[in-house]
Design a protein around this ligand. Structure first.
Ligand code: PLP
Length: 401
């Protein structure tokens, strides 16, 4: 059967609009399409391919586990899940782990746990969840409602109740909403989809203090910022603020679907037998791959490398901007970077993305005004250089109209 982009429109639900070319193979930070054209990958599958494509450690883990045991359900536990959970608890503040298959599912578990915990310890009236405008937490109905982009949650009928939104980096807006009826405050410690927005120190510390004052759980959604992305294993480690619940996914599986919710022993206690679950969550294949990913990333070499590569990106993007004057700022942390378009190019981030593909470079957008880069955490310096050269040609094309 001949597979073409045209087939997409014939057989797929129309909720995506993928590029014209179809990638068929990847190695490291290079990808090839059906025609054999080679692309540099600065997108990383939306901050997922943390070790690039087909990293030997991941392939080995997949092959080994793939010929041993794929799936059991949670009627039985398994060795890879227990090993991975043990490592996650050793590497973070957490003492207990719940496995899911995606970021949204990890967040769904976090939100349900927060509600259960509040009900059990404080009663029915403590049910308010506060999140932030422009935040993104996934596409299930609860998580999309907690996310701060009504465009994603409107039009599906009545939403889960008692969810309010404050303004990111505006402590007063949170103060105006929070009370002893707040059960949880949820945020990304570096907003991704919302435009690559870092929290200020004052804000993130203030959020923690307000949660303490009102006995509300602080949930960090590290689905995008976690697993080495910022140059720390988790972004919270670089902020000096520890959450009560943390969710992780994307880079954790390096391309194999997995998500996890991490928390303390006391809070986890509210998730009693039968209160929540997942058929696939914690399956041996996913956990074996994630363990291999985590082993490679949680090293000084890789994490220091992320900081070094961030500088290469910043220098390269600043040099492009000095020539073409398209960005107002380069922001973000580690290898989650955003080039924010200046006034002249407002609303045109997709034009840059399309021009980049034409120059054989894969990158991302974060809203209409930011070009986003989330490459492999071990992308080589040469691939960064080559990708930036292609990006410069794309920028030149957009500027020339
Ligand atoms: C991508 C993302 C999610 C959703 O993850 P899925 O695996 O697509 O469900 C949730 N939160 C953040 C911060 C994300 O970037």
């Amino acid at each position: 059967m001949k597979v073409t982009r045209a087939l997409f429109d014939d057989v797929m639900a129309p909720n995506y609009n993928p590029a014209a070319m179809i990638p068929v193979r990847g190695e490291g930070s290079r990808v090839w399409d059906q025609e054999g054209i080679e692309y540099v990958d600065f997108a990383g599958g939306i901050a997922v391919n943390s070790l690039g494509h087909c990293h030997p450690a991941m392939v080995a883990a997949l092959n080994e586990q793939g010929s041993k045991l794929w799936h059991l359900s949670n009627v039985f536990t398994n060795e890879p899940a227990l090993r991975l959970a043990k490592k996650l608890t050793e590497m973070t503040f957490a003492e207990r782990v719940y496995f899911a298959n995606s970021g949204a599912e990890a967040n769904e578990a976090a939100l349900k746990l927060a509600r259960r915990w509040a009900l059990e310890h404080h009663g029915e009236s403590k049910n308010q969840i506060i999140a932030f405008k422009q935040g993104f937490h996934g596409r299930t109905f609860f998580t999309v409602t907690v996310g701060g982009q009504p465009a994603y949650s409107d039009g599906f009928g009545p939403k889960p109740a008692a969810v309010d939104h404050a303004v990111y980096n505006d402590l007063d807006s949170l103060k105006a909403l929070i009370s002893d009826n707040t059960c949880a405050v949820m945020l990304e410690p570096l907003q991704g989809e919302g435009g690559i927005i870092s929290p200020t120190n004052e804000f993130i510390q203030g959020v923690r203090e307000l949660c303490n004052q009102h006995n509300a759980l602080l949930i960090f959604d590290e689905v995008q910022s976690g697993v080495g992305r910022t140059g720390e294993l988790y972004a919270y480690m670089g902020l000096g603020v520890t959450p009560d619940i943390l969710t992780t996914a994307k880079a954790l599986g390096g391309g194999f679907p997995i998500g996890a919710m991490l928390t303390t022993k006391d809070i986890a206690a509210s998730l009693k037998v039968g209160t929540h679950g997942s058929t696939y969550g914690g399956n041996p294949l996913a956990c074996a791959v994630a363990e291999a990913v985590l082993d490679v990333i949680n090293s000084k070499e890789v994490l220091d490398g992320v900081k070094h590569k961030e500088q290469l990106f910043r220098d390269g993007l600043n040099a492009i901007n000095a020539k073409y004057h398209v960005f107002s700022e380069i922001r973000g942390k580690g290898l989650l970077l955003g080039a924010a378009l200046n006034d002249k190019y407002q609303g045109r981030s997709r034009d840059f993305l399309v021009a980049a593909v034409a120059e054989h470079l894969m990158c991302l957008v974060a809203g209409a005004n930011v070009v986003r880069f989330a490459p492999s955490l071990i992308i080589s310096d040469e691939d960064i250089k080559e990708g930036l050269a292609r990006f410069e040609r794309a920028v030149a094309k957009v500027v020339q109209g």
